[in-house]
Ligand binder design. Structure first.
Ligand code: HEC
Length: 246
């Protein structure tokens, strides 16, 4: 059992003398993670590309891989809304030039695709490596991840069909990401000293429900947001029921 005097003195000891902590008492339980175990978990790739492993993959290889392991869910061209909003679509050469996807602000553009939203190419690489394919995460080799990323970048008109993406040229592709200037730091979560950007007061009893919230409660759900069947599906086949009427 791990017991400390529950007085201030105990706290004082705990702070000053880590050697007296529970670790000693629990010596028989667990063990330190090995370097290899830590390395297996430590796979994040940062926007400055720290953590990116050496490797490469071409658009052509990516297309093959895509057809075998990704297209069933995301569509042959990353356009399918079947399991997730489309990965690709909705950007223009002007977006690539200025680094801001105009469609994100356009009322006419209902689908926010991955390639429109994404500010950092490292996130795409990192996400594919850790999470895709959805049914077998972390099964891709490093070069497969480069290839899949290259194919998606090609579908987004960021690189040519002949492009071979590698650890050496990935930073250059960052300079063509359509929403590279779309990341904002003007909120509390960007800075450890930051404050949240919501204004609220704590309430535990007889709390007032905001009128906006009442408006979206179940009885009035249908039709409140227009016809979902006509929204959010600008790319690929249109699915969904007509929710504009009861
Ligand atoms: C079995 C279906 C399935 C397969 C196969 C699959 N995906 Fe996905 N993919 C998903 C789902 C579901 C999500 C959303 C996951 C979530 O948000 O938790 C997703 C999300 C993504 C995203 C992130 C989109 C975003 O904006 O956050 C990328 C990129 C992606 N997939 C790439 C790939 C690649 C590359 C492959 C092939 C190697 C692949 N996927 C195979 C189902 C699949």
């Amino acid at each position: 059992m791990c017991r400390f005097p529950d007085r201030l003195f105990g706290l004082f000891l705990l702070m000053l003398l880590p050697a007296l902590s529970c670790a000693e008492t629990f010596a028989q339980i667990g063990r330190k993670a090995t370097i290899a175990e830590v390395a297996a978990w430590d796979i994040d790739v940062r926007p400055d590309f720290l953590g990116l492993p050496v490797g490469s993959g071409s658009v052509a290889q990516g297309q093959k891989l895509w057809e075998a392991k990704c297209a069933s869910c995301h569509g042959a061209f990353g356009e399918s809304p079947e399991v997730f909003p489309p990965l690709v679509g909705g950007i223009t050469p002007a977006d690539i030039a200025r680094g801001r996807a105009a469609g994100l602000n356009a009322a006419t553009e209902n689908a926010r695709t991955t390639i429109m939203k994404l500010a950092t190419v490292s996130t795409l690489w990192d996400y594919i490596r850790r999470a895709m394919p959805f049914d077998a995460p972390k099964s891709l080799s490093t070069n497969d991840v480069y290839a899949a990323t290259a194919y998606l970048l090609h579908l987004g008109d960021i690189v040519s069909a002949e492009f071979i993406l590698s650890n050496e040229n990935i930073a250059a592709t960052q300079q063509r990401m359509p929403n590279r200037n779309g990341m904002t730091g003007a909120h509390g979560m960007h800075d450890v000293a930051g404050k949240p950007d919501v204004i609220s007061s704590a309430c535990m009893k007889d709390c007032k429900v905001n009128e906006q919230t009442l408006l979206v409660l179940p009885a009035t759900v249908n039709g409140r947001n227009g016809n979902l069947a006509e929204q959010n599906r600008t790319y690929g086949s249109v699915r969904g029921i007509d929710t504009s009427r009861r």
